[in-house]
Design a protein around this ligand. Structure first.
Ligand SMILES: [Zn+2]
Length: 707
């Protein structure tokens, strides 16, 4: 049975509204779309006796003269299945003209807010998803795997729209027929969607910070040192050192190396995983793995095996584009180009038209036969991924192929038309004999080899054994805003929490503070992992054994380590998994939950997720809140909307692997995963203060949870 409650007056209201689609000019052809099948007509569907379970049928009309760049008009209305009659044929195609072409979906819905499988929606891609208004059928760019078909680089191309997520309460009312796919203003909205709450105009700012309730403070049972009040440095004092760190350390190898040197300057001794460890109570140590992950720890004077550790863990890798093993490419139209591959979500739209340098690590065979790693950084702009001007029409609109359309240009070689070879313009693609036949250098662009060798002072190109190079934005990190409230920088995710965590450890274990190792019976530890952005699955990632192995070896340095001792240690420990989180963006307030919209320059953000993408729970939040209270720091909280999906970080995998209580909390930033992002100028310092407060106070706070 079809429950057709379609109201013709609504249809009229919808059809009189301005579709407002960008039109093709005279003589312009709609972009060809080879894989698209012609949708069936309503008449054909009727003849076939189509019985589609809880079907959604979108009647559409072809626009012979364009009208929409795809050549198809957007759907005017849609029928929705009714959950209570799931399994029944709900579609009354007699409502449509027999010639009306329809797109059908035969994926059963389980609820009126269910979303058809993404591949089913493929034929819909050409439609301007920004005009989808029905909350039961979210715009395509809110669906996994979809983005709006209009180029994000041309925001003025998008028609103004009412955000479909603004103020809409999906309800069973969406089982009715609804006008669909037309632009409406706020006044029209109420008329067309009488069942729904009208969108709110304006936005009540959330209380900042939304603070977890205070726990009643009782005197700690553990003999506590006096709580350390603020040290002399203010949060803003950390802004410039952090900017310098970001600018000077564009690759993960540079960042780890600089942190290692800084640790050594502050009395931390380097350990090698290859050697036996001779550790002492009161000692400070660090180790690296792969040159791209690092653990630093300080052992309390009163440490006994089985005691816990206050652990901060973050990831120090960032989105980047890595040179392919053989990045030489044929010169095209006079351009020398470089073969690169994205690491995680790099080569996204923010990578266009950026000044990109090249850096990384180079393995060099010294004359003694020893192979050493050298870090290199060519920090003048070498590479650039040029956009196609919008004047080229559809070709400039994307989506773009990251293999063929985002290939960086690194030089010019017009020798093919100039008729003579130019020694100075040396084609990257020509066979190279640098370093001799069979040498690694001979597989690489010749001018790049010379530049790297020159930078490292290497005269024998054959001594380059291999390298791992990547592109990075050369624009320095800088303070911004009218009052320099911001930091604008690349690679904030997540050199930010990593840097702040190390700074906090140095402060907490500095001999000039009252809470150095001399009064501690625990381990204070910071672990910075590589490969978080690609799933942490490698040996230097958080899923590797670096952290558990380090803890076992610390215990083993004092007494033979047993599984029991390791388990006891983790049970007495706590992990603050520190990764950047999303600051509220004033232009997209409806994408945030009002009570979970962290602000910049306010404080560390506890990240929660009901589906376990974050490790945060009530106990771990309470432990952190107690540390924050004692350190005089503020916490904020973030959780993503139910109709979005939370990202993840190292917290859940580390707590699962070790059994340690853990909270995910990070410093807020805007534009995560953009090549250039924003945080507050006080945020690095606020991170340092909170992390330091955790390292200093965990031991006493943990006592409150042991009773
Ligand atoms: Zn991150």
């Amino acid at each position: 049975m079809t429950k057709n409650v379609y109201d013709p007056s609504l249809r009229k209201a919808a059809s009189t509204m301005n579709l407002g689609q960008p039109s093709l000019g005279k003589g312009e052809q709609p972009a060809s779309r080879p894989h698209e099948e012609l949708p069936a007509t309503a008449g054909e569907l009727r003849k076939q006796g189509t019985k589609v379970d809880t079907a959604r049928i979108l009647p559409i009309r072809q626009q012979p003269n364009g009208g929409h760049q795809s050549g198809w008009e957007q759907p005017r209305e849609v029928s929705f299945g009714q959950p209570s009659t799931y399994g029944k044929d709900l579609v009354d195609t007699s409502a449509f003209e027999p010639s009306t072409r329809c797109i059908t979906f035969d994926h059963p819905t389980v609820h009126d807010t269910a979303i058809p499988a993404a591949n089913t929606l493929h034929p819909l891609r050409p439609f301007d998803s920004s005009t989808y208004l029905n909350p039961a059928f979210p715009p395509l760019n809110y669906l996994p795997g979809f983005s709006t078909t209009l180029p994000s680089r041309q925001p003025d191309y998008l028609p103004p729209r009412l955000d479909p997520l603004d103020g809409v309460q999906p309800s069973s009312a969406s089982t009715d027929f609804k006008p669909f796919g037309t632009r409406v203003d706020r006044g029209d909205y109420a008329r067309i969607f009488p069942h729904y709450a009208p969108p709110r105009i304006g936005w009540a700012p959330p209380q900042v910070p939304p603070k977890p309730p205070k726990i009643k403070m009782e005197p700690a049972k553990v003999q506590a040192e006096p709580v350390k009040i603020e040290s002399e440095r203010k949060p803003i004092d950390y802004a410039k050192p952090f900017c310098e760190f970001l600018t000077n350390n564009p690759t993960v190898f540079h960042a780890v190396d600089t942190i290692a040197k800084n640790l050594e300057k502050h009395g931390y001794s380097k350990l090698s995983e290859r050697d036996a460890w001779d550790l002492k109570k009161g000692g400070k140590y660090y180790l690296e793995r792969n040159g791209s992950s690092l653990i630093a720890f300080a052992i309390g004077d009163k440490y006994e095996p089985g005691n816990g550790a206050a652990m901060l863990a973050g990831h120090i890798d960032a989105l980047t584009a890595k040179l392919k093993p053989i990045p030489k490419l044929d010169t095209k139209a006079g351009y020398v180009q470089l073969g690169v591959a994205p690491y995680a979500g790099a080569l996204n739209s923010t990578w266009w038209d950026r000044d990109l340098g090249i850096g990384g690590r180079v393995l060099v065979k010294e004359s003694s036969g020893k192979i050493v790693t050298k870090l290199v950084k060519l920090d003048w702009p070498i590479a650039r991924i040029p956009t196609l001007a919008p004047h080229f029409g559809a070709a400039a609109n994307g989506p773009f192929n990251p293999e063929t359309q985002m290939v960086p240009i690194i030089g010019l070689d017009n020798s093919d038309i100039s008729g003579y070879g130019n020694a100075a313009i040396d084609a990257a693609s020509k066979p190279s004999l640098l370093g001799g036949a069979g040498a690694f250098a001979s597989t690489q662009p010749e001018r790049l080899v010379k530049a790297i060798a020159g930078e490292l002072g290497i005269s024998d190109h054959g001594s380059i054994v291999n390298w791992e190079l990547e592109l990075f934005d050369t624009q320095p990190a800088t303070l911004g805003g009218l009052g320099k409230e911001f930091i604008f920088a690349g690679r904030i995710d997540d050199k930010l929490c990593s840097w702040a965590a190390i700074q906090a450890l140095l402060n907490s274990t500095s001999t000039s503070t009252s809470t150095s190792t001399s009064s501690s019976s625990i381990i204070k530890l910071v672990a910075l992992f590589d490969d978080e952005e690609i799933g942490s699955g490698l040996r230097q990632g958080a899923r590797g054994n670096l952290l558990p192995s380090t803890i076992s070896r610390i215990i083993d340095a004092f007494t033979p380590c047993t599984p029991t001792l390791t388990s006891r240690t983790f049970a007495n420990s706590f992990l603050l998994s520190a990764d950047v989180t999303h600051a509220v963006n004033p232009n997209f307030l409806p994408a945030y939950l009002p009570q979970h919209s962290p602000r910049l320059n306010t404080g560390l953000v506890v990240a929660a997720d009901s589906n376990g993408h974050m490790t945060t729970d009530a106990v771990s939040t309470a432990v952190l809140q107690r540390c924050a209270d004692r350190a005089g720091q503020r916490l904020q909280v973030f959780q993503i909307r139910n109709d979005s999906r939370s990202g993840g970080t190292v917290g859940p995998m580390l707590s699962a692997a070790t059994g340690v209580r853990a909270v995910d909390a990070g410093i807020p930033q805007l534009s995560m995963h953009s090549i250039r992002a924003t945080t507050g100028s006080e945020d690095p310092g606020l991170g340092v203060k909170m992390f330091e407060g955790f390292l200093d106070n965990y031991e006493e706070v943990d006592g409150e949870f042991r009773k």
